[in-house]
Design a protein around this ligand. Sequence first.
Ligand code: NAD
Length: 494
Amino acid sequence: MKTIEHWINGTATTAGSTRTAPVYDPAAGRPQAEVLLAEPSDVDTAVAAAGKAFETWGDSSLSQRTKVMFAFRELLVRHEDELAGIISSEHGKVLDDARGEIVRGREIVEYACGIADALKGGFSDQVSRDVDVHSFRQPLGVVAGITPFNFPIMVPLWMHPIAIATGNTFVLKPSERVPSASRLVAELYAEAGLPDGVFNVVNGDKVAVDAILDHPGIAAVSFVGSTPIAKYVHERATATGKRVQALGGAKNHAVVLPDADLEYAANHLTAAAFGSAGQRCMAISIGVAVGSAGDELVEILKRKATEIKVGPGHEDGNDMGPVVTQAARERVIGSVALGAEQGATVVVDGRELRVDGHPEGFFVGPSLLDNVTPEMSAYREEIFGPVLGIVRVSTVDEAIALINANPYGNGTAIFTGGGEAARKFQREVKVGMIGVNVPIPVPMSYYSFGGWKDSLIGDSPIHGPEGVRFYTRAKVVTTRWPHSAAGFNFPTSS
Ligand code: NAD
């Protein structure tokens, strides 16, 4: 069986690792490879390589960095099919969906190609007699990224292109369930001309994560994953003086008003709830039907959910692949059962779905639960699978209050034909990313991505201008030419 190694200092290596974990093909339900799990000494090796590389990369010119980014972007385009195949085989998502995450990730590289503009400082002429002030930003040093399984390439791409373009060197610890895409990315960076040691991949589990969080040679940690681990990472890494951005889980609501085009809303809700088998941090897991919209909306959703074709991600014509592990499958099935037990109406039941020819695959069909209430587990927990719950409310105000009382605040959407409700919604809802008739409002690369409340621990959203700020530190320089006599009073601008 193939062993997936680390990538340190420009080369594949086992370093000192001996432990391994299986990497599954979720459609077959069987391991297809094994991945090495790093020890703290392997993290040390990667950080040492990154530290050495920073001595020159941190001083490299903006044009050298952007030249690498332009070349890297071209290689991502050229290897799109190969990358999509890797993602689909380890994650399970359908190929077109895998291509979608590559494209959205590549947009961050495109932003990084324009880093020279994003890094421009300020200049104030003659703030006092003969005195000018200017500001500029410098890289932090060695920074690390810890990423989840559900976007094997896009989420790491939220981090490393910006970190590297701003002059840092990077150690990535990808999800041990989907390690291969990052390995190929490392090779593409090398081919693009990135010097050895600037981008390193250390595969591993909690042992590697803890070694990163405690490492004195790492200046900042970017984390994306579930909320409990985001809180843990934030607490432990800030305790050792690191800058931390930690994005957590979600329970995203889409509100549907009676004046919406219900066919359109249901179409988008279906795709946003069941695409990627519901394993997206921006998936819609709760539909909030307002007033008279409810019955018709549920009827259309039922029709659409039963039309979804479930099968292996690499086979043409499938809309939805398996979930990532057997444990995830059992969690989804258990959540639907508990929902029914607690009084939800099971309108579409995906628990018994079997896919011909793939008896061991981690498949589970789409489920639609109606009459979900905020007390139910199906409402409170992040199921992270193909389950859409419908909560019925009477007014927009009630919908907004429901969303604002939820501990998560990643994404939300409103479907309406009227601007008044949409404007009220976007102003009053306590959520970071909002869609108006757009179900998955993932910001473009030149904005930043981040939720509120338990969906973002700390205060730093990711990529875009916030990413540039996160990976750099500012200096403000006050200059006087020529020198004039010093005064004993505190300097003022006169
Ligand atoms: P996860 O939290 O289990 O794992 C994320 C990373 O943390 C992995 O690299 C994993 O190896 C590591 N990890 C796991 N357990 C750990 C522990 N006990 N100690 C130290 N490190 C640990 O998340 P996942 O299951 O891979 O991904 C799904 C979750 O990620 C969902 O909750 C989803 O909402 C969230 N997510 C959020 C966003 C966002 O932008 N907010 C984006 C994608 C995914």
